[in-house]
Design a protein around this ligand. Structure first.
Ligand SMILES: [Fe+2]
Ligand SMILES: [Fe+2]
Length: 175
């Protein structure tokens, strides 16, 4: 059973991203493996939930940042199979921005920068905002957990988010 504090985090998170999370294109991220054994949607929910918690605790721009974090890997292809001229690490942030703006309208400058710079320090382009630093940090934590096979520990929270987000099944707002 989740604690009341955790339930509050889940409710706040779903208020920020529920409309995006229920969108069919965001749900499509389930089809694509990210770091084995997790799919891209599971990874993105973990990373955006952690970004939400950091930004809320620090009184930063949590809603704007959490929405960008959910879409930071919104590249919609199987990177183990589908190859591009540029390596995946360099190509996918640009594809995520393109898809986010195609399906949900213009991103804010901060959201755009957060997504494009989330691979820092592999990319030599650090985030320009503290919210972007939170996303980059959360992404690294998520990746390490995936590789250490610790990702399943997030499943109880993920299940609560899935249950809560059913209340948000309506067309997405612009970011
Ligand atoms: Fe990524
Ligand atoms: Fe990621």
């Amino acid at each position: 059973m989740q604690s009341e504090k955790q339930a509050q985090w889940v409710r706040g998170y779903c208020e920020a991203v529920g409309d995006l999370l229920t969108h069919e294109k965001v749900q499509q991220m389930r089809r694509y493996p990210h770091h084995k054994p997790v799919d891209t949607l599971y990874h993105s929910v973990y990373v955006s939930f952690l970004t939400y918690r950091i930004c809320t605790a620090m009184h930063w721009r949590a809603r704007e940042a959490t929405r960008a974090a959910l879409l930071h890997d919104f590249y919609l292809y199987n990177w183990y199979v589908d190859k591009h001229e540029e390596g995946h690490a360099w190509y996918h942030p640009k594809e995520a921005v393109k898809n986010a703006e195609h399906y949900f309208g213009p991103l804010t400058p901060m959201q755009r920068d957060m997504i494009l710079s989330h691979m820092w320090p592999l990319h030599l382009m650090p985030p320009r905002s503290r919210e972007g630093m939170a996303l980059t940090f959360a992404d690294k934590v998520g990746a390490v957990r995936d590789f250490l096979r610790l990702s399943k520990r997030f499943e109880p929270v993920y299940t609560c988010i899935e249950t809560e987000m059913k209340r948000y099944a309506r067309p997405a707002d612009p970011c």
